[in-house]
Design a protein around this ligand. Sequence first.
Ligand code: 13P
Length: 339
Amino acid sequence: MNPETLKATAQAIMSPGKGILAADESTGTIAKRLASIEVESTEANRQAYRNLLFTTDGVEDYISGVILFEETLFQSADDGTPFAKLLADKGVVPGIKVDKGAKPLALSSDEKITEGLDGLRDRLSDYGKAGARFAKWRAVIDITADQPTDYCIETNAHALARYAALCQEADIVPIVEPEVLMDGDHDIETCEAVTSRVLKKVFEALESQNVLLEGMLLKPNMIIAGKKSAAQAGVEEVAEATLRCLRRYVPAAVPGIVFLSGGQSDEVATAHLNAMNQRSEQPWALSFSYGRALQAPALAAWKGKPDNVAAAQQAYYKRAKNNGAAAAGQYNADMENAA
Ligand code: 13P
């Protein structure tokens, strides 16, 4: 492990006013996204869509890193340039999703454990050679009346730490993503209580497995009521609860926190990030690692048609720009009306 390499990569990703595009949808997830615009999920269509995103002119002013799915890491742009090189040439750090997805947790009632540790050391070596400098592993925690269990939280925290240690050995910055889902009808207090339990266990596991906190990034959910809850909190309440929770459980040595959007609408996800960055300075930089909240308008504009590529790129550019502003605490809703 080279701590200086890890720290430099983490700092590059956390450049002021920039954040991460999560374009690492697995084959199953991208098929759902493409189906929503009535496009078949062929390898060629997946390449065309990612090509559209990665060749958007000027977006590198707001995007410091892109998380790729394995297939995409080994694909090339229309002009033959490998995607990882195309991004790196623009100063955008290429990353790779390395988990193999959330699977049923044995002897539990319906909870999930993220798999993908077996063989990960060798895969990380291949990904590094292909240009990946950071990685992502997502654990999924669901809130129901009697869940999550400690069993689910502890096994996922242990796996996240094992993944993070393997990444650091390979000089790849691990993004540690314990996602508490916003499905369900729980209130914001329940989300905060569960996220607190999860973050506490995750950082215990990271510490006990020797992970260098200065050489990792955290990708958490925001503290937010469940989608089906009648009591939705306002923007300021979400910002306050999220910062309170993170300040209690995330060590100041972690250089950056990059939120997932998790099903929030794109503009709401931007407003939440901005509200946090408008408050007093925090121990860590706060930015975004959005999938849906960066891509939804672009996907809707594209519809799989070459004639719509420019409109789709404009839609993606706008979300990137507005989230870049939010990462600096300089966003306001009027920016949504700008051409
Ligand atoms: P969303 O922003 O759509 O939640 O995706 C981010 C991500 O990478 C989830 O793992």
